[in-house]
Design a protein around this ligand. Structure first.
Ligand SMILES: Nc1ncnc2c1ncn2[C@@H]1O[C@H](COP(=O)(O)OP(=O)(O)O)[C@@H](O)[C@H]1O
Ligand SMILES: [Mg+2]
Length: 134
């Protein structure tokens, strides 16, 4: 069964690193950092083709991921949430040292930390995994 994996975590939490280490060979990488405006089209193509994919964005609020969950389930995918339970100060520290793009401003990360809603099966995930990146 094809999988839709939805990452949930702050900027600097370690999401993209996790994708590279665990999903690169098996799942299509969907990320605003990579596809920008074409992200929705890529998800649509994966759903049509029955290809497993990972949405590697912050996906911080229930509202922001509800559509993804609904569409993936409608296409018959198994939907898995990955919660990157990284402390805010750790995420900020890593963000400041990142090589792949410019660091996100600290106030934006603090704002996101306030909004962050942990994924749960009640919102439609078939399974939720918690990643404690240390
Ligand atoms: N487990 C880890 N331990 C230490 N540093 C990490 C770990 N995971 C990621 N990093 C580093 O933290 C920074 C942000 O990681 P990244 O995977 O890009 O986070 P995100 O995609 O969630 O913004 C990168 O410089 C990365 O090398
Ligand atoms: Mg990333």
């Amino acid at each position: 069964m094809a999988e839709a994996v939805i990452f949930v975590g702050l900027q600097g939490a370690g999401k993209t690193t996790w994708f590279t280490e665990h999903f690169r060979d098996t799942h299509v990488h969907v990320s605003r950092d990579i596809q920008k405006a074409r992200e929705a089209a890529l998800i649509e193509a994966c759903l049509k083709a029955g290809k497993s994919f990972v949405i590697d964005d912050t996906n911080a609020t229930r509202a922001s991921r509800a559509g993804h969950i609904r569409n993936a389930k409608a296409a018959g995918f198994r939907v898995i949430g990955y919660f990157f339970d990284t402390p805010v100060r750790t995420a900020i520290g890593r963000n400041n040292h990142r090589q792949d793009k410019k660091p996100i401003p600290v106030p934006a990360i603090l704002r996101m930390a306030k909004q962050l809603e942990k994924p749960s099966v009640e919102e439609g995930f078939d399974e939720v995994r918690v990643i404690e990146v240390s």
